[in-house]
Design a protein around this ligand. Structure first.
Ligand code: 5AD
Ligand code: FES
Length: 358
């Protein structure tokens, strides 16, 4: 192995074993030191290349409800935000959005929404059934928050392939402050259930949350190392004017990219989105996340009439852009930095289809 490749795998090997205190110090140092960040990003890029080459998978994102029963301090959709506009998409509207996505070439869809009691187990399984019936060649990902294990099992039986449930922050104290009436233990329980039920599981966290330190971020790395999720969503915190965290500074691009690189090195085969939030804090944020180790993008398929009502934070990009515009936009952005948009299902590289079929 040449010296450069050696150094790159070296970072990955080191990070897999590094004591959590040291991970915290590394995150702190790499946030301040561009050269150290550059070294991590180069190593992250190299390990991603090894498993996924220069392909970046696309997931068509359908934000199907802006109702939510929770009160997460950072989120614009929190229940008590009376200024939030609420909407729900019915089965037909959701399937129509998938159809548009399918015509644009997408073979992977994500249904995301707040925790909305309107969507009962029955309604959701009917939606999943319909989508998997009409698009059997597509992967279906759910992202609808905490449900019972029995619900997760029903959704899986109905054909859902993947589930995204960011852990948000792995520091129990910070978690508790940000999530009134929710529990860190239940969050973990959900992720464990999803894993046991055979989903490809996505965890993830925000960077730059008010009060978050580098040791909190190291705890996120430790959590990811233990859980070994297939996917990890990492984005900067961005304030929303209608929340108690309005006026707080957003997470930094630099630190967000450090975390993408570190997670890529810890989980070389993972699927890491270049998130909408990172594209919101910087015009070229998504491209830079890809260069630091990300390999997924999630262009929006939500009907335009509802798009701006799904306001998790201020300034969210793409709210006025058609699905086909975003499809072309993101492909062009990736191409300019040497990556290729891959529209196939985009399973984790260790995923076996037999397991996927249950
Ligand atoms: N800033 C950044 N990300 C946010 N999310 C919710 N609110 C914000 C915010 N203000 C993220 C959470 C959630 C995902 C759907 O969006 O991590 O899991
Ligand atoms: Fe939506 Fe660029 S990806 S406008």
């Amino acid at each position: 192995m040449d010296k450069r490749a050696d150094k790159q795998t070296g970072w990955s090997e080191k990070l897999k074993e590094m004591p959590v205190e040291e991970v915290g110090r590394l995150i702190e140092a790499a946030t301040l030191d561009r050269q150290l960040f550059g070294e991590l990003a180069e190593a992250a890029d190299a390990v991603r290349q090894q498993y996924y080459q220069n392909r970046v998978f696309a997931r068509g994102l359908i934000e199907f409800t802006s109702y939510c029963r929770n009160d997460c301090l950072y989120c614009g959709l929190r229940r008590v935000n009376a200024t939030a506009e609420r909407y729900r998409l019915g089965r037909e509207a959701i399937v129509a959005a998938c159809r548009e996505g399918y015509q644009l070439g997408y073979r992977s869809f994500v249904l995301q929404g707040g925790e909305d009691g309107y969507y009962t187990t029955r309604r959701l399984t009917a939606i999943i059934d319909t989508i998997k019936g009409e698009f059997p060649d597509c992967a279906l990902t759910l992202s609808l928050g905490e449900r019972s294990r029995a619900d997760y099992a029903e959704f899986r039986r109905a054909g859902a392939d993947r589930y995204l449930l960011r852990h948000e922050t792995a520091s129990p104290g910070l978690y508790a402050r940000l999530h009134p009436d929710m529990s860190w233990d239940n969050r973990r329980r959900c992720l464990d259930d999803l894993r046991q039920l055979g989903y490809q599981v996505g965890a993830g966290f925000m960077v730059g949350l008010p009060g978050q330190t580098c040791s909190d971020l190291a705890a996120d790395v430790e959590f990811i190392r233990r859980l070994q999720p297939e996917m990890v969503g990492i984005g900067p915190f961005i304030p929303h004017r209608g929340t108690p965290l309005a006026g707080q500074p957003a997470g930094g691009l630099g630190q967000t990219l450090v975390m993408v690189a570190v997670v890529r090195l810890v989980l070389p085969k993972s699927l890491l989105p270049a998130t909408t939030a990172v594209g919101t804090i910087a015009g070229d944020g998504r491209e830079r996340a890809v260069m630091a180790g990300a390999n997924v993008v999630m262009p929006n398929l939500t009907p335009l009439a509802e798009r701006k009502k799904y306001m998790l934070y201020d300034g969210k990009i793409c709210v006025n852009d058609s699905a086909s515009h975003c499809r072309g936009c993101i492909e062009g952005r990736l191409k300019r930095v040497g990556f290729v948009l891959d529209l196939q299902r985009g399973d984790h590289c260790d995923w076996r289809r037999e397991r996927a079929a249950g």
